[in-house]
Design a protein around this ligand. Structure first.
Ligand code: NAD
Length: 249
């Protein structure tokens, strides 16, 4: 038996139009899963990449901060695939700003998407999840370490880290697992401001033990692991995937 095999599984990945979410969606499909690609923006090639792997994929537009749109996402998933085995709460935003002058709306928007979104998606998906199902929350190293200018983002990502553990405690007796992944700096549209500025990038990279920026596929591997039976005895746990950034600060 291949412990990593996801054949016959149905996965939902939020924020899967591009970036880390696209990387995760494609690798779940490569491992055998059919995938619901969800986002607020049109998908940027995710469906085509999955179909090339001979897996099924559908795109469902949903803003994860809206209960109504999340319920529609789950309804469409069930209509098409009849079940949900894997939920990857990946969609998120990064808004920088110091507490001293961060507008309240920016704080609320960050919490609505990064923290309430995974709550709404988990709540709606759990109605259809059975023993063996897996929820994966994409937090961040910013959910473990603080940084100046990162108050809202760090609070939301720290929140999702403990949401993971609390939900794991709630659904563990049902045989449903919940874990979090904590990426470091991954090259995606979200981090363009850091990765395109050579000086900023060099300063950050000097702290990475592996001396390179991560790629979406670097997060997808651990996601496949957490979705599969290879991690069958892991729940309420966290995996840091940061090239060794916070190991030796
Ligand atoms: P990205 O901006 O490339 O992708 C995020 C996706 O989420 C986008 O497609 C966006 O449209 C979608 N999204 C935003 N708001 C949404 C909403 N309300 N409803 C549904 N979808 C929405 O960023 P990424 O780097 O791929 O980030 C993916 C996740 O990884 C995020 O949760 C992010 O916080 C986390 N993360 C990223 C890094 C990094 O270095 N890139 C590091 C740590 C954590």
């Amino acid at each position: 038996m291949d412990l990593f095999d996801l054949t016959g599984k149905v996965a939902i990945v939020t924020g899967a139009a591009r970036g880390i979410g696209q990387g995760i969606a494609v690798e779940l499909a490569r491992a055998g899963a059919d995938v619901v690609v969800s986002d607020v923006i049109p998908e940027e090639g995710t469906i085509n990449k999955i179909e090339k792997l001979k897996r099924k994929a559908i795109y469902v537009k949903a803003d994860i901060s809206s209960k109504m749109e999340v319920e529609n996402l789950i309804k469409e998933t069930i209509k098409q695939f009849k079940k949900i085995d894997i939920l990857v709460n990946n969609a998120g935003i990064f808004i920088a700003g110091n507490v001293s002058d961060l507008p309240e709306e920016k704080w609320e928007k960050t919490m609505d998407i990064n923290l309430k979104g995974p709550f709404l998606c988990s709540q709606a998906a759990l109605k259809y999840m059975k023993k063996g199902a897996s929820i994966i929350n994409i937090s961040s190293v910013a959910g473990i370490e603080g940084s100046a200018g990162g108050a809202a983002y760090c609070a939301s990502k720290g929140g999702i880290r403990l949401f993971t553990k609390a939900l794991a405690a709630e659904v563990g007796p049902l045989g449903i697992r919940v874990n979090s992944i904590h990426p470091g700096l991954i090259d995606t549209p979200m981090t363009a401001a850091f990765t395109k500025d050579k000086k900023v990038l060099e300063g950050m990279m000097s702290k990475f033990l592996l001396k390179r920026v991560g790629k979406p596929v670097d997060i997808a591997g651990p996601a496949v692991f957490l979705a599969s039976d290879a991690s069958a005895y892991m729940t309420g746990s966290e995996i840091v995937v940061d090239g060794g950034w916070i190991a030796a600060l």
